[in-house]
Ligand binder design. Structure first.
Ligand SMILES: [Zn+2]
Ligand SMILES: [Zn+2]
Length: 242
């Protein structure tokens, strides 16, 4: 331990850790990714939520209740929750991770997801974590699946296996960015298929993705698993559009 601390001080002296958002030098010997000012700008999603889609209500003292969208539309997943709001610093960290292959940004995001206290989520009730899959073409472009990186951090923290073999992307879809809810639903419809479908019936699964926007992708994944016989599907994402 003493040797580790000594080596980490030497490493900090030569390669000081800097805040991912403002590049300020961080105090040595601490495993943080943001300075305290930038960390203070991150909105953690605690408070009054829609119990289905996890949207945060502005009045955090009110009771949890269904949001208008969940009152109108049924979902294939039991619940979706996210650790932080998709805005400012977090939107930038996600963009750098996904499109810039910034692995430190990925590590920071994985830490925010894995360390978040998802109040009321019983991790032991799930058989496996399933990362939202990328199409092989997208995987070749990007060289990694950001959801798998996040799923592994969450699985390690909560002692749940990650199984990326159960869900595949069968259709290449255009990016969902810039599409409205109905266009997103249409774009993603039929994009996934269940594989190793003997492992799915009766199982409880936790989907993991980087961002929940309208829920179209998560919902389509949950539908695919439910139609293959899953008993229960829920989802956790690092961030959520509010
Ligand atoms: Zn900072
Ligand atoms: Zn809702």
């Amino acid at each position: 331990m003493i040797l580790y601390e000594f080596l980490s001080q030497i490493s900090d002296a030569f390669f000081p850790r800097i805040c991912l958002a403002c590049s300020r030098i961080l105090p040595s010997g601490r495993p943080e990714f943001f300075c305290s000012d930038c960390f203070g700008q991150i909105t953690f999603l605690h408070g009054s939520l829609c119990p289905v889609c996890g949207i945060l209500f502005p009045d955090s003292s009110s009771e949890d209740h269904l949001c208008p969208s969940c009152m109108e539309n049924a979902h294939w997943f039991e619940f979706a929750r996210a650790a932080v709001a998709y805005e400012g610093i977090i939107a930038d960290v996600i963009r750098r991770f996904k499109y810039g292959r910034d692995l430190t940004a990925g590590e920071a995001l994985a830490g925010l997801l894995a360390d978040f206290d998802f109040d009321g989520v019983d991790f032991s009730a799930f058989d496996a974590i399933i990362p939202v899959p990328l199409h092989i073409r997208r995987l070749r472009e990007r060289r990694f699946n950001q959801s798998l990186v996040l799923a592994r951090a969450l699985g390690k923290k909560h002692g749940i296996a990650v199984d990326f073999s159960l869900l595949k992307r069968r259709r290449f879809t255009l990016t969902q960015t810039g599409l409205d809810k109905s266009e997103r639903d249409k774009n993603i419809s039929g994009a996934f298929r269940a594989s190793h479908s003997e492992k799915i019936p009766g199982g409880s699964f936790l989907l993991v993705d980087d961002v929940y926007t309208t829920g179209a992708t998560i919902n389509e994944c949950a539908k695919t698993l439910a139609e293959a016989g899953a008993k229960r599907v829920a989802a956790l994402t690092a961030a959520r559009v509010l």
